[in-house]
Design a protein around this ligand. Structure first.
Ligand code: GRF
Length: 336
């Protein structure tokens, strides 16, 4: 199981989408949500989904990034997904999770990225410039804003009647598809699986207990545990070792892994209606499994489901042709 954290400052529809894509499976789990906005709507949504959520004031994000890193380590987080997170990440956080932080941006980067380009500002700028295409991009976070290696990008059409709101809705739709897909790609590219990286971790792992709990330096502003099972106690070892960051070259390895196999959903439905119903239903079930297996990171399962869907479509089609061919002469002969 790979634990991921989402960072969000706003509505959190992408954060919710990631939880729904992953948390019922067994490969990837959204284990933590961090926010820099005390009243962000995402907090309630994560609470309803049972995801632990912690608010850290901006001062912690900017001046005490070690607390954030230690919190992530304490929750065994391997990957971070920025889902509408409006605080520029401190270098210490970026280097502690180098190559393992993804951001989703509502434009076709590098266009309409950088300072001030977030939310409605992006869509307004795209429409004002008369663009006919916009879209969404998932990229790896570096110390330069909106500039890391691109993992996935998808276009949407901009039509003359579009408003920033209507364009935002279209872009959100593609975001909900490409963000989980990009997370799966990144998880698949992380080989070999993460190993304990400090004596502390190895010791905690041997004892079967989490190597918990970030130290909060004296005088620092305390984080607020919004939806935490328990407020962590101070860490017994205040001198936590820095962990080596992984080194990932260009292009990012996640950008090279496989796309989702075809689901054949439309054909399954068509065959169920027009051909033979029962094999058609089996085809639909397998079609639905393709994306769920894929988002769980089970590529073999997704490929198998895709192949099964294809086979059941063919069976449904053949049985449909046979039964219709027999039905017509038999009904002419008055047997039906
Ligand atoms: C998304 O459009 C994302 O691309 C950008 O911020 C927006 C967040 O939307 N980074 P939501 O909070 O996930 O609804």
């Amino acid at each position: 199981m790979t634990n991921i954290a989402v960072f969000a400052s706003g509505n959190g529809s992408n954060a919710v989408n990631l939880v729904k894509a992953f948390n019922s499976g067994s490969r990837i789990h959204v284990a933590l949500c961090l926010t820099d906005k005390e009243n962000a709507p995402v907090i309630e949504k994560m609470k309803d989904l049972g995801v632990e959520t912690i608010y850290f004031p901006r001062s912690i994000w900017k001046e005490e990034p070690g607390i954030i890193v230690d919190t992530l380590r304490a929750h065994d987080i391997r990957i971070i997904a920025l889902a509408g997170f409006l605080c520029f990440l401190n270098e210490e956080i970026v280097s502690a999770f180098e190559g393992k932080i993804l951001n989703i941006h509502p434009s076709l980067l590098p266009a309409y990225g950088g300072k001030g380009m977030h939310g409605a500002n992006v869509h307004k700028a795209v429409i004002e410039a008369g663009e006919i295409k916009s879209g969404a991009t998932v990229h790896v976070v570096t110390n330069e804003m909106d500039a890391g290696p691109i993992i996935l990008q998808r276009e949407v059409d901009v039509i003359p009647d579009d408003t920033p709101e209507s364009l935002e809705a279209k872009v959100h739709e593609v975001e909900y598809r490409i963000f989980p897909e990009a997370v799966v790609k990144l998880v698949s590219s992380l080989t070999p699986p993460a190993v304990p990286q400090s004596v502390d971790d190895a010791w905690a792992e041997a004892l079967g207990v989490p190597n918990n709990v970030p130290p909060v330096p004296k005088g620092a502003q305390q984080p607020v545990y919004v939806n935490s099972q328990a407020n962590p106690a101070p860490h017994p070892n205040q001198n936590i070792e820095p962990r080596p960051a992984s080194h990932m070259g260009q292009p990012h390895p996640a950008a090279q892994s496989e796309p989702m196999p075809p689901t054949f959903l439309v054909w399954s439905v068509v065959c169920t209606i027009l051909c033979c119903t029962i094999p058609g239903i089996v085809a639909i079930i397998n079609s639905a499994k393709v994306s769920s297996k894929f988002y769980e990171g089970d590529m073999d399962g997704a490929r198998r489901a895709s192949r099964n869907a294809e086979i059941w479509i063919i069976i449904s089609f053949v049985l449909g042709v046979i039964s219709n061919t027999l039905y017509i002469p038999l009904s002419i002969a008055g047997l039906f």
